[in-house]
Design a protein around this ligand. Sequence first.
Ligand SMILES: [Zn+2]
Length: 655
Amino acid sequence: MLCGIMLLSVHNSDPAAAGTQRKVILFVWDGLRPDSVTPKTTPNLWGMSQGGVFFHKNHSTYPTFTMMNSASINTGDFPGKSGFYGNWVWLGPNTLQGKDFSNRPVHFSQPVFTEDWNILTSLNAYYSGHLFLVTRLLEAAQAKGLKTCIVGKSGAAFMFDLTRAGCGIDENMAFPEPLAAELQNNGYPLPENTPVMWPGIKLGANNGRPTASGAKSFLSDGVTLDPTAGTTSIFYSADLYMLDTYLNYILPNKDPDLSVIWFRDPDSTEHLYGPGSAACTDSLAGMDAMLGRMLTRLKALGIYDNTDIMVVSDHGHSSVAGDVSLFPLRDIRSGAAVTTGANPVGGYSVSGDVRLAQLLTDNGIAANVYDGSGCIKDPVMSGMLPQGARVYPTLTDTEGTVCGKGPGYQYNTRSFVVPAPPPEDAVVIAANGGSDYLYVANKNVNTVKGIVSFLQSREEFGAIFVDDSYGAVRGTFKMSTVNLEMTGRNPDIIVSYNYNENAAVQGMKGTEYESMLGNRGMHGSFSPVDVHNTLIASGPDFKSGFHDHVPSGNIDVAPTIAHLLSLNLPNTDGRVLYEAIKNSRTRVWVTLPRSVLTSGPVKGLTFYKPTAIMNANCMIDHGKSSYKTELVTSTVKDSTGKSVTYFDYAKALRQ
Ligand SMILES: [Zn+2]
């Protein structure tokens, strides 16, 4: 049913045609939840959202990871078209070696982390210069002769200018080389790893480490993050250094037409201490102060009135926690080895971390499962039951032979490093946080189906997506259903960890299980909390005081900027956000109601609670035996003939 219409007005054929070249700044606040934008904590951004355009129904691309969304924001496309998979990715059996941003060796036989210019450069070479199978936004700008600059978070910002055709500064380098030298000559310190990219650059004696972060706060076990002790962002000073280098040197001297600034707050602080923590509030205030600094500087340079600004987050953010009826929230005492009493409302999570490689191995689902990580010590977030027992008991490597970290090392899960070469039947997991990627080396369909059945039986896991080549697997969706299919690149199985969008920790709704990473905050799942991210726009081409209730997505950012700058970026999955642009004559419709796709039900299953590693009778969730998955989508059409479907959430239902 097509109902509802939206918006129309007078036409201006080319926003950038008249007079001076329009400028655009894309400012990414990593992991910014829309409900974190408030007059009190983020007054500058709140003002922009009320004075410009607030997109109330924006969508992150699933899996809701940073690099997947950097790719979508970068290209206007879903992964099935752009060809990019991150954050952690496995290339299959290979002997490729490379270096990371700090010049440490990297073996691509293990899953690799892509938030790194050096690894992205190696991957681009591996794909013969086609890490992206489509045109990037900055390529289109550069092809038109526009000047571009990227600033900020390692990997996520660099990916916009993968071939270094413009200028940039991130946490580990500055490019091109003459810019790095210029910055030094003008008294600016450089990111300390810059000589890895430019061996000819020597750091000055007083360079210091301007992009270093501060120390994390832990409980006395040394691994469980302590949100009562860590109360400020440890990333602010690095972000401020990069911002000021951009505002004070690059902006006036290089005059970029299109800038991408991507900072790791609030996301990195949310990962450490959880959404709603004191440190998160501090990180939001810091980001907002930097936005204020940017606006003041644009006005001082006389370019504010000619600059469109889009503020976007790559994804939302949830608290890491299992089912709180099984793992009650607890008080935390700073410096204590373990948490103290149950505190169901004001307490902190003591659960949510899952080591899938160990679950599959110990339950006999597959013999040779790896995830690239060694022993992990994670005694609290891997699950503390009401009486204090642990899902993953703490073990001692008496001889030092299990973990290789010396005799007496304590750990909760053993090593799952990929052997060289991996066995023919290897299953390799790229553990990504709110979703995991599973690669079945020999493509055995029975292995795939066995893993799927196991994931369906365990309540830590939610919706499952399977490579189309395996055909219909009951209770799952084909990867192409959510535009994730790219033969030769996509994993065989992608599983979202289970979530509860209504459960709250520290007053912020949204919890989820995660790969065993020790975080208090995570994203990457198909929860509406992770999917529903922030998009705000303001400037000469955007409407004023407009609350946009038309569904939109991160895939729409690149085509919209391309429209503002009159760039050639055709055939994107995303659309131009015409309804938010002044004087646009293009009409936009929302197709109602939202559509619900269902897979399953699969009947006669036994479900196990996530309270122990081994499936056992005492864990059976009695009274439930049917599993199905729901995928909810929203579709928008416009009068140019463009139709875009956004994915709102996918949920596993066990009944
Ligand atoms: Zn992110």
